[in-house]
Write a protein that binds this ligand. Sequence first.
Ligand code: NAP
Length: 539
Amino acid sequence: MSEMQTAPQQVDAVVVGAGFAGLYQLHRLLKQGLNVRSFEAGNGVGGTWYWNRYPGARVDSQSHLYQYWFSDELLAEWNWGERFPAQPETERYLNHVCDRFGLREHITFGTRVTSADFDNASERWLVTTDKGERLSAQFLVMNTGGLSVPLPPPFKGHETFKGVTCHTSHWPSEGIDLDGKRVAVVGTGATGIQVIQTIADRVGEMTVFQRTANYTIPMRNPKLTDADRATMRAGYPAMKGHVQKTFAGFDFDFDPRPFAELPAEERQRVMEEGWADGSLKFWMGTFGDVFFDAGVAEIFSDFVRDRIRARINDPKVADKLVPKGHSFGTRRVPLETGYYEAFNRSNVHLVDVNEDAILHVDATGIQTASGHHDFDVIIYATGFDAGTGALTSIDVRGRAGVTIRDAWASGIRTTMGLQVHGYPNLFMTMGPYSPAAAFCNVPTCLDQQVDWISDAIAHVRAKGARALEPMAETEAKWLEHNDEVAKITLVAQTNHSWYTGANVAGKERRLLAYAGGVGPYRELCDDVRARGFAGFALT
Ligand code: NAP
């Protein structure tokens, strides 16, 4: 046995993941004086923005909101180029942050954490990597992302395809040659939409396989000027605290007036104004009733359906692309740029798999009920094991020696999406039952969660304690509260969405994200912290 195997490296904390959350987490813990090792499966920083380099990958939050708030110097010096930055710009930003704050030397790239076992005697985590490293850490922070584990291709025979095939989240950095090629795209979620609209004019022929048409909002994405950036910067001091108080972590929030009490012209005016913003404001910054009131959601649905239909030349194609069977806002609403116009091109074809089911994939393409389609490239934009996938793919064994995967098989549970009873000193960001899991401008929520986790760790150290863990009754109360809030929303009632785990066979059907709003959630977290982490056991 080598020495490395017998004597694990002693560290204060292991941080897993070097994306938006992981970088800030590492920065905070280093500043608090901890000895930290960070592990990242990718060969570079960025997380989502490292892996998702498919054509058209772009942020659906405005650049002034999709960034870190912890450093005024950083806010002053980084110049965003577009209102909605594309993947390369976001990846550059994260690399800049990594180097500016001296984080890179603490990160081990190209390395996956494969297991973490809690040792009851020492109350420390024994962490193992796929490179054979072993570490003993007091704290284990999983900044592993909510949408980081792609689902395998869902069709029989996919491995027999002789052409090029790729899940969007594993797009090779050297790219895929699509020029003039016969390309299949499976999936029309936020990712599929971005791919389709971006490659339509490059490919020879493209066939899009759609199962569910989504409601979308046209993105308004001007290049930013120095004047724009100056205006943005002037707004930062006020915005910094404000985004933590809104429903979804943006700088806009719901109109407080009940929809039902407003005259039709006023409702229309607010909706038109939200629409014209070309952002998620139409969804998360007009009327909150759209989340709770089926009648209001239907009015929003019709508003969007009319606008989609008007852009599609062929009424038969329009019938397929106009969403039905669910209401606006009950599934993630993607932003788009020229998506519907792509279907007006003669080289783009749409197959509704509800009418013409995919039977299998073979060496040359895709067999549907009505015939065979030959392809050079098959792109799977088929989504992720959201919220839980990253944690259940690692063998994380808590006090009772049970993996989170097994523990969650009989019911996913967390305390505020930050910790799990039975897993002391294990922390997570974007975990189930926090707004970050779905209903948040992600950096806003990560900022808040990393701060809370870092303060919790500081608390344990200040008390000279070994571990912090939510009590069983605290967790039960959180789940009860989470479900109480969820059950009045339309999202929780909409099956067939990754929001409710319905995109993964065998996964529990339960709203994965806390729907009470970013502001109220932050207040609850702040309250726990202010009361000395009340409801959590210190050992
Ligand atoms: P997704 O929303 O889960 O979409 C997956 C797509 O694949 C859906 O259209 C789904 O159809 C389809 N699909 C899955 N299995 C299928 C099958 N067997 N046959 C036919 N179709 C199948 O995944 P995503 O588009 O990657 O997006 C995931 C999330 O990532 C988004 O909701 C968003 O939160 C985030 N994201 C954000 C951005 C951004 O900020 N710009 C961009 C991309 C992604 P059904 O709908 O019928 O299940």
